[in-house]
Every structure is written in structure tokens, then in C-alpha cells.
Design a protein around this ligand. Structure first.
Ligand code: CP
Length: 312
């Protein structure tokens, strides 16, 4: 059986192209499973997974939980807000206490960049990064690339533009790594203040003109402005941001070609994307959410396969 080159999923940058293809092929199988009347398989009956969320989440948290349930894993859920972290317990102590209950895998979202990698070096469990601050969100990038592959047949050679708050976006960084690895052409577009200074060193081009970027691309990934990660204002007003970088139906129609529209969620309707665009045929936002379950099933299944080695 083919296996992943890594023992943890900490970020796309640690993966190889073959890993991405293996995850996609495995997700193809699980997507077929979750569309059957009986959506559950017994694959991970002997695996226990802890979902640790130190930061808010709707899609990622529920998607991991559902993926684990569909694989028949035992799961426990931990939310920092109701935990002893509030009493001063460290991350390592918290996780080691959870692991003492015979947990095999930890899925963690944390506000600090590098938290997942730090944990992987300090505790004895398989770690899956569900988003670490402004660093990486590997399963989001996998489900985004998988959704592009599903729409076009392949990612290689496709032109993808990522628009908006690239500076604070773990989704953007993981997408850039994944799309480049798969052979797509990637451009980023947004206010200069929201583009990292050396972004081109990651193998992407900057297109400051939103309309030009849209005319160039096959798919656009619209990002939310992450106000919660900003300590100051990065552009004069939301209205001006929307005028320059908001995706509206008249703008989409003016392209006179079909592009597909992705959004990782949560959306700010009327800011980076208008409601009629978000709900249009060209938007694959809910397909992304559906694919997220299959992708997370694939990731967990492939990582668990490295834990459960057959006895000699
Ligand atoms: N896309 C994403 O990470 O959404 P949540 O924050 O709701 O998990």
C-alpha cells in the first residue's frame, strides 16, 4: 500500500507532490463512500482522536469530527474556552494529559503560528494541523486544490488567483504551496498593505489590478479580510476595499468567460464577495465544504495507517 512521506500533517510545505496525489486518490474513494446511503466504514475502529480547538471554527471543526465518525474512530472534543488552559495549564501539559487517556491522534487549531510543529516535537502522538495562526491551514488547501481538480480534471496548468488579505492568511500560504506543487500558475491580488513584502519569492506573481487578475484566471479564491488578526487598519475603509477588490455579478459578467469561484469561509457577504456571486452557479463554495469531509477522511486514514502497522 502507498503511504504518506510524513507522520504528521503540519503544513503543505512538508509534503511531496506524491503525497498530494495520494490524498486526492484516497479522497476520491471516501467521497464515493459518503455519498452512499450507509456513509460509514469501520477503518479506524481502534483509533482514538482528540480534536483540540484553541480558536473558533465552524467548518474545520465539524468537518474533522464528521470525517472521524465516518471512519468509525473514537473521538473526544476539547474547546480551550471551557478547559483548564484558562487556569494556566500549558499546551504540552494539556495534550499529555489527554494522551494519557490513550489517544492516538491530535487534530489541533491554535492561534499561534508553529503551534502544531511545536507539539509534534514535544508529545508522542500524530498531530494534524487544523490551522495555526497566520502560518498554514493544510487541509483547507488540500480541499481547495481537490475542488479545482474535480472541476477541471487536473490542477496542473490552471491559472489561479488568490485575492484579498494574503498577509494574515494561512489559507493563502498553504494554497500557494499546494498549487505550485501541483503545477498551477498562481497570482495574488490585493491592497499592497495586505501583501507580504517578499511574496514573489514563494513562486507567485502579484497582479495589483483585480479586473486584470480575473481576466487572466481560470479560478479565483476570494479571501476574507481577517480583522481579528489586525492591530491597525490596512486600508482606508471597507467601502473602498469592496470597490477595488469585491467580486460582484456585473464584474463577473463583464469578463465574458466562465471562471470558478472559491471561498474558504466564513464569508463576509457584501465585502469581498456579493451575495449573488456567492450563490451563483460559478461558486463552488459548498462543494469545497463537501470535499472537506472526504479530504479529512483521507488525511486521517493515511496518517492512521502509519500508526497501525500490522504485527510481524
Ligand atoms: N475555512 C475555515 O477554516 O473555516 P472555519 O474557521 O469555520 O473552520
Amino acid at each position: 500500500m502507498k503511504e504518506l512521506s510524513v507522520d504528521h500533517l503540519l503544513g503543505i510545505k512538508y509534503l511531496k507532490e506524491e503525497d498530494l496525489h495520494l490524498i486526492f486518490e484516497t479522497a476520491d474513494h471516501f467521497k464515493e463512500v459518503i455519498n452512499r446511503p450507509i456513509k460509514k466504514v469501520p477503518s479506524l475502529r481502534d483509533v482514538t482522536i482528540a480534536n483540540l480547538f484553541f480558536e473558533n471554527s465552524t467548518r474545520t471543526k465539524l468537518s474533522f469530527e464528521l470525517a472521524e465518525k465516518r471512519l468509525s474512530a473514537d473521538i473526544i472534543n476539547f474547546s480551550a474556552a471551557q478547559s483548564s488552559v484558562k487556569k494556566g495549564e500549558t499546551l504540552i501539559d494539556t495534550v499529555n494529559n489527554i494522551l494519557a487517556m490513550k489517544v492516538d491522534m491530535v487534530v489541533m487549531r491554535h492561534p499561534n503560528p508553529g503551534a502544531a510543529e511545536f507539539l509534534s516535537k514535544n508529545v508522542n502522538a500524530c498531530i494534524v494541523n487544523a490551522g495555526d495562526g497566520t502560518h498554514e491551514h493544510p487541509t483547507q488547501a488540500l480541499l481547495d486544490a481537490y475542488s479545482i481538480r474535480e472541476k477541471f480534471g487536473e490542477v496542473a496548468g490552471k491559472r489561479i488567483v488568490i485575492v484579498g488579505d494574503i498577509l494574515h492568511s494561512r489559507v493563502a500560504l498553504s494554497n500557494i504551496f499546494a498549487l505550485n506543487m501541483l503545477g498551477a500558475e498562481v497570482k495574488v491580488c490585493g491592497p499592497k498593505s495586505l501583501l507580504p513584502k517578499h511574496i514573489e519569492s514563494l513562486g507567485v506573481k502579484v497582479e495589483p489590478d483585480f479586473k486584470k487578475a480575473l481576466r487572466w484566471c481560470d479560478a479565483v479564491n476570494m479571501l476574507r479580510v481577517q480583522n481579528e488578526r489586525m492591530d491597525k487598519s490596512y486600508f482606508p475603509s471597507i467601502r473602498e476595499y469592496t470597490q477595488l477588490y469585491g467580486l460582484t455579478l456585473p464584474l463577473l459578467k463583464s469578463l465574458r468567460k466562465e471562471i470558478i469561484i472559491l471561498h474558504p469561509g466564513p464569508m463576509n457577504r457584501g465585502v469581498e464577495i456579493s451575495s449573488d456571486v456567492a450563490d451563483s452557479e460559478q461558486a463552488i463554495i459548498l462543494d469545497q465544504v463537501e470535499n472537506g469531509v472526504a479530504i479529512r477522511m483521507a488525511v486521517i486514514y493515511l496518517l492512521a495507517a502509519k500508526l497501525i502497522k500490522p504485527e510481524a
